[in-house]
Design a protein around this ligand. Structure first.
Ligand SMILES: [Zn+2]
Length: 288
């Protein structure tokens, strides 16, 4: 599955990309992470990127595409990739198209995250990251409370910091850039029949579900377990004769975690009600 997640800053695509990667085992490719990793490893592209950033220049499209090319050469991308934060403009989109055509790995879908502008502003300006564990919170919509307020790295409360470009003054500018540069990608991918729009407002879990549906994924493990429990009941009733005796014991085991009591009770029941429980099947067989 090769997909691009498209959305304004604050639309939650990074969070969903991470969840999708965990769920599918397909790597999330974030250009921000790639840049940081390349700089940290001191690769040729990393050195160039660092020079650009140190001089306060934007890292140019060719450099970013070069990093994506390198990343897509790694074996874990054979099953696919989730691009998050790239492409950001038509030039990058066209370049990505060319690269993927060359690699014979065309995109399967582009998911557009739809979020109201007022909600975006709230999400971005409230966003805080823990300086120690990198967990992301929102002091306006999901402040860290209770056990979640304690940093798993330090055991003390998270040290929340605001990203320099997450303040309200720059939010408007980032959204303007998105509207001008990135929004045209919606039409670009729509014309290629790849676009799937989802409502990305509301609970994170609900958005995860919508994303799964948009991509035609099987229900998530949690949802599958719930459905599976319900789905298991009818088959248990169906195989009438062999399952009949075992069923009460199996149920008792589930209700009572203490395993020692179950055989004792079952044994007592057998002794006391044995003949009675044996009769109905016999009568049924006789009728047939
Ligand atoms: Zn923390």
């Amino acid at each position: 599955m090769r997909i691009v997640l498209l959305g304004a800053p604050g639309s939650g695509k990074g969070t969903q990309a991470q969840r999708l990667a965990e769920r599918t085992g397909i790597p999330q490719i974030s250009t921000g992470d790639l840049l940081r990793a390349a700089v940290a490893r001191g690769t040729e592209l990393g050195i160039k990127a660092k020079a650009a950033m140190d001089e306060g220049r934007l890292v140019d499209d060719a450099l970013v595409l070069g990093m994506i090319r390198e990343r897509l050469a790694e074996p874990d991308t054979r099953a696919g990739f989730i691009l998050d934060g790239f492409p950001r403009n038509l030039v990058q989109a066209a370049a990505l198209d060319g690269l993927l055509a060359e690699l014979k790995q065309p995109l399967d879908a582009v998911v557009q995250f739809e979020v109201d502008r007022a909600e975006l502003v709230k999400r971005i300006s409230g966003r805080r990251t823990c300086a120690d564990c990198a967990c992301v919170f929102n002091v306006l919509t999901s402040p860290p409370t209770g056990a979640a307020a304690i940093c798993p790295r330090t055991g003390a409360p998270h040290r929340l910091i605001q990203r320099a470009d997450d303040n309200e003054a720059t939010v408007a500018e980032r959204l303007r850039v998105y509207e001008e540069k990135t929004r045209p990608l919606i039409a670009f991918y729509q014309s290629r029949g790849l676009l799937r729009a989802i409502d990305a407002e509301g609970q994170v879990d609900a958005v995860t579900e919508r994303l799964g549906v948009a991509l035609g994924l099987a229900p998530r493990p949690a949802a599958a377990a719930r459905k599976g429990a319900a789905a298991k009941r009818p088959p248990r009733r169906k195989p009438a004769r062999p399952a009949r005796r075992r069923r009460p014991a199996a149920r008792a085991e589930k209700r009572r975690p203490a395993p020692k009591k179950v055989p004792a009770r079952a044994a007592r029941k057998k002794r006391a009600g044995g003949p009675r429980t044996r009769k109905p099947p016999a009568r049924r067989r006789a009728r047939r």
